[in-house]
Design a protein around this ligand. Structure first.
Ligand code: FAD
Length: 407
């Protein structure tokens, strides 16, 4: 058996799957789901509830199995395809986009590291066929965003495994069909010797330990739980988490989260544009004084889109080479994408709100940007930018400044 990473296809050219994934067709499927998400976004935010209508539409459009290989019933979509869907959903409801992004990150881990194990392949078949939604547990106890260390070990008895883990939060944990979680390899292993394990809903129970009453991203329902799970040894992915983390978890999380935040920022820019157009029309074509902030918002949005696009293009190119993603510069660039994208997304939404003035600041106008602003403020703290920058210090010192413009 070999790792799936190097042979993970960029494109599938077979039959129906390829037709479904035609970029225009994929965009229109995403748009159908985004329209539903947009209609319910305010209620999802107000009630801090799971965006169930949006996910019914996402399932109807069969978007949850995009990354699954065609041989297992999926569409074998590229990272760029999925990022596009994250962006489109982000413009409608950021919680929906972030849940979708987190699910896809987990599916990428399963698809790229299943190594032909029957249980893992069957899970992928089910995700594609039944449109199962997978949640993610990487943070634990008082460990904050230090996802490269686990406390709870996998306990093994013959072919059976069990895990009891005090999670700090699992987004949409109560609404997911399964959870993909990190864990210490066994009782004797060091905290950094981790594995990734997939559990289906029948395998576990969740005991609530924390609520989710937050400023924004309220629809992600990222409640803290004690996760108690049982399963069989095949549910542990064969690749060590250290490899999954650098080859898949970090790159896909940073690409898909950034795409979702870019979509969120685009939604704010669209609203600010509508406001400035309405204000200009109402005053005989005279631009409102804050119109320059709309231009500024558009500028940072374009920089953000460029950063995400270029990171995905570079990732896909490097993925074609089995060693490509081990390159220090590639790893550093993908790490820093999250920092750059989150900061640009915050700057874009702030500029959009200043363009709208009081109409954007108020909660009760058609131009309100309150939800966008509260949602986007989660981006620098979702794995804290300070932590990422501190972790990148050594790599930045070791790699010289890029000699050319191409990545
Ligand atoms: C919307 C949302 C959804 C989420 N969903 C999930 C989920 O589904 N599953 C999951 O497991 N987790 C989830 N998380 C948690 C997330 O992954 C991080 O663990 C969490 O945001 C970090 O929490 P923290 O700020 O308390 O911890 P920390 O990362 O410890 O940060 C706390 C403070 O310490 C500072 N700090 C910590 N370490 C360093 C360092 N090395 N260098 C410099 N400064 C440092 C930071 O600047 C920060 O101010 C989610 C978070 C959000 C916002």
């Amino acid at each position: 058996m070999t790792s799936n990473v190097s042979r993970f296809p960029a494109r599938n050219l077979h039959g129906d799957a390829a037709e479904e994934r035609d970029p225009r067709r994929l965009r229109s499927r995403a748009k159908e789901a985004a329209d539903v998400a947009a209609r319910h976004a305010a209620a999802v935010d107000r009630d801090a509830r799971f965006p169930s209508e949006a996910f019914a539409a996402i399932r109807e459009q069969k978007l949850l199995g995009l990354l699954i290989p065609a041989a297992l019933g999926g569409e074998e979509a590229s990272a760029a395809d999925v990022a596009e869907v994250c962006y489109i959903l982000g413009g409608a409801c950021a919680s929906t986009a972030m849940i979708f992004a987190m699910h896809q990150v987990k599916v990428a881990c399963l698809a790229r590291h299943s190594r032909g194990v029957a249980w893992q392949e069957n899970l992928q078949r089910r995700i594609a066929a039944e449109q199962l939604l997978m949640a993610s547990s990487t943070t634990e106890g008082s460990n904050g965003g230090n996802v490269r260390s686990s406390e709870a070990p996998v306990r093994t008895q013959g072919q059976h495994i069990s895990l009891e883990r005090a999670t700090s939060c699992i987004s949409y944990g109560e609404h997911a069909d399964g959870i993909v979680t990190t864990a210490r390899r066994n009782e004797a292993a060091a905290g950094s010797d981790q594995v990734l394990v997939a559990f289906l809903k029948d395998d576990y129970s969740l005991e609530r330990t924390q609520s989710w009453d937050t400023l924004g991203m309220r629809g992600t329902c990222s409640v803290g739980f004690i996760l108690r799970a049982k399963g069989v040894a095949e549910q542990v992915l064969a690749d060590p988490y250290e490899r999954i983390h650098s080859q898949t978890m970090v790159p896909f999380a940073h690409m898909f989260w950034s795409a979702a935040w870019a979509g969120l920022a685009a939604g704010a820019v669209q609203r600010a544009r509508d406001f400035v157009r309405a204000a200009a029309r109402a005053s005989g074509g005279k631009m409102p004084p804050a119109a320059a902030h709309l231009t500024r918002a558009r500028l940072s949005l374009e920089t953000l889109r460029g950063a995400v696009h270029s990171a995905i293009e570079s990732f896909e190119r490097r993925s074609r080479d089995s060693e490509g993603l081990d390159d220090l510069n590639a790893q550093t660039a993908l790490n820093l994408l999250k920092v750059e994208a989150s900061e640009l997304a915050v700057a874009t939404v702030l500029s959009a709100m200043r363009a709208c003035g009081l109409s954007g600041y108020r909660n009760d106008t058609e131009f309100t940007l309150g939800r966008h602003l509260r949602d986007v403020l989660s981006s620098p703290i979702m794995i804290n930018n300070d932590r990422i920058l501190a972790n990148a210090e050594a790599a930045v010192l070791m790699s010289g400044a890029p000699a050319g413009l191409s990545f």
